[in-house]
Design a protein around this ligand. Structure first.
Ligand code: GLN
Length: 297
């Protein structure tokens, strides 16, 4: 595995820096795009890393899987969010109006805002509850990046529009500001590839982290299938075609992927393609799936 990922780092070097850093969140616009890291964590306890695998970055939408995991520990509100790919950009409003405030799936922004609403309802301290889960999975030093969270709040008009639209359809239980504060903080979590690979290993391990159930096996399977069909937004079809693994991307340039039963891996490079997925990261996952033979297909 080590030589495989070292070779991948070498092979994608010419793509590192291509694409566009997310600049609609000002705090992310100044990240140096010339960075690449990759880490693998196996269910049997081995770990491998290459490049800048210990540099923390903003995990952004990757957090939607973690908040969903926490929400599913307490409830299963199937009528409030769907499970179909949206085919639209992650922050699109159009479909949400046609579909009467029910987001297509929990991995687009609207769906993750519903999940954040569930966390606010279910926990006295929703942000802390999420941080506790992430720390349990990946280490006690993980924190929210308050500067990124504030930057998102300042430029979060579109997310606020999604939240108010859902509120108008009666699909939000709590106040918009409180829900968005939770959502912006979860997106601001700062983690490295190594921490993310560790964190997501429960999804490769039937829902278990060090023999402790984080979610039951049926839910782990469902989260993985949502990642496969919806985790990379309006590129999910092509991503499944090219990579063939459940994965979740974020506009910080990270992508996490799961090989059920085997391992979790994380890649990071800040330059994004048009759908908001890391360009070099996507190529690295494609090479990993191809050269390891571990695509699920
Ligand atoms: N925080 C970002 C947003 O709300 C998350 C988007 C993403 O990573 N795709 O726009």
């Amino acid at each position: 595995v080590q030589s495989l990922i070292d070779q991948i780092a070498n092979d994608v070097a010419n793509l590192v820096g291509s694409g566009k850093v997310a600049d609609y969140i000002p705090a992310l616009s100044c990240i140096d795009p010339q960075q690449f890291g990759m880490a693998v964590q196996t269910t049997s306890g081995d770990s491998f890393a290459t490049g800048q695998a210990d540099t923390r970055f903003s995990i952004q939408s990757i957090s939607k899987v973690l908040s969903l995991t926490l929400a599913l520990q307490a409830r299963s509100d199937r009528h409030r969010v769907g499970k179909e790919p949206s085919g639209d950009p992650f922050n699109s409003l159009t479909q949400l109006e046609y579909e009467r405030g029910i987001p297509r799936n929990p991995l687009i922004n609207a769906g993750a805002i519903i999940t954040a609403d569930c966390l606010v309802s279910d926990h006295t301290e929703a942000k802390q509850a999420l941080l506790d889960l992430v720390r349990q999975l990946a280490g006690n030093s993980i924190h929210f990046d308050e500067e990124v969270a504030a930057s998102e709040r300042e430029t979060g008009a579109r997310n606020a529009a999604l939240a108010y639209l859902m509120k108008s359809f009666g699909n939000l239980e709590n106040e918009v500001d409180q829900v968005l504060d939770t959502y912006f903080h979860q997106c601001s979590l700062a983690m490295s590839c190594r921490e993310l690979a560790n964190c997501f290993c429960y999804l490769a391990n039937a829902g278990k982290h060090q023999d402790k159930a984080i979610v039951d096996i049926a839910r782990a399977r469902r989260i993985n299938s949502l990642m496969l069909t919806c985790g990379t937004y309006d590129r999910a079809g092509e991503f499944a075609f090219e990579v063939g693994l459940p994965a979740k991307s974020g506009v910080g340039g990270g992508i996490v992927a799961v090989v059920p039963g085997e391992l979790a891996l994380a890649v990071w490079s800040p330059g994004l393609g048009p759908s908001g997925n890391s360009v070099a990261g996507t190529e690295a996952l494609k090479l990993f799936a191809k050269n390891s033979g571990l695509s699920i297909f």
